[in-house]
Design a protein around this ligand. Sequence first.
Ligand code: PLP
Length: 418
Amino acid sequence: MNDFVYRDGVLYCEELKVSDIAAKVGTPFYLYSKNTFTSHLQHVEAAFGDLAHIVCYSVKANSNVAILSMMAREGAGADVVSGGELYRALKAGMDPQKIVFAGLGKTEQEIEYGLSEGILMFNVESSQELMLVNDVAQRLGTQASIALRVNPDIDAKTHPYIATGLKQSKFGIPLSQAMAEYEVAQKLPGLNPTGVHQHIGSQILEPGPFEASLRKVTNLAKSLKVLGLDIRYINIGGGFGIQYTDEDAPEPEQFAAGIVPILKETGCTAIMEVGRMIAGNAGILVTKVLLNKQGEDKRFVVVDAAMNDLIRPSLYQANHHIGPVVYREGAAEVKVDVVGPICESGDFLAQDRAIPEVQSGELLAVFTAGAYGFTMSSNYNSRTRLPEVLVSGRRAFVIRRRETYEDLVRGEAIPKDL
Ligand SMILES: *Cc1c(COP(=O)(O)O)cnc(C)c1O
């Protein structure tokens, strides 16, 4: 379900024509639907309704403070992976007791920040980090609630760059070492081990890997309880896959069907760190066609958005559906590469893609760009980062303005004596 729909060949976001918004804010820009965001969250909440659970929205998917504030008001917490993301989550009004902090290289400063704000827990990824969290907590005269992120050695069957649960991966602590690490943690005065964490990858399109992995993880949790540890949370991570083009993406209920029974018998509260499933189809990237260019054996549609705005096609070979914002009658399908103006051959939004022929000035929508779109964007080629617009019904709000040239050099300095 999402709120980007065509009516008589014209693309709408909720009740507004995308072309009208483009006329106001210029192109390119990111466009989000409030209703899609909140209904995706409610859908996940409902699917796991039988289970005591907290949805920790994964901030790195889309971290605009307006989005985070909307998630907070809907009752979600946050999964953060840096001090900057923690700052955003708190600024947006997230309840610290619903914030979990992951990442395999947290700095002392970040740990201190999390502790002083009273977050729910840190997901710890190595024995050295365990010591560090303990040291910082003791120095502050407090105790850190922690989960160990275990690496269950499970193939999530996704792109290698977004698979994180294989033993070759840099993430987590091998399951075989987890018991010993928990025993260490239990004895450290600055630590309170309250959970077990896993995150096996992203854009996972079948429930199987979750079930296989959670069987291992819940067995660990049970053994830890026998040892006398007070394990109250099992964090299943994120990774629920979505439809970009023609994938068969399971509904939240289909993921939940296998997962809920496995978790239920542990008596623990489940934490899920959902990013893409909430944000992905809640956003599009709107771009304008600059020109058509016929190469020796390829036709190129050059648009005003580029890999710095949406890097997923270049980085992950991701396929995003691309369609006109307004279908033009009689436009024949042509096979093209949709490319940006950046000085890199890797700068494309789609390759060998059949789309209706488009002329200079026409608008294209790159769908499913709400997650890992703006958050992965950069200023490469000194391009200003895009505005973000959020639609609710008939109203549109600019939730981030377009950057200016002054923004590009903000913080830079030419030394006097140079
Ligand atoms: C990125 C990430 C997530 C979110 O993954 P999605 O596939 O977007 O749901 C959750 N947990 C951790 C630890 C992550 O790194």
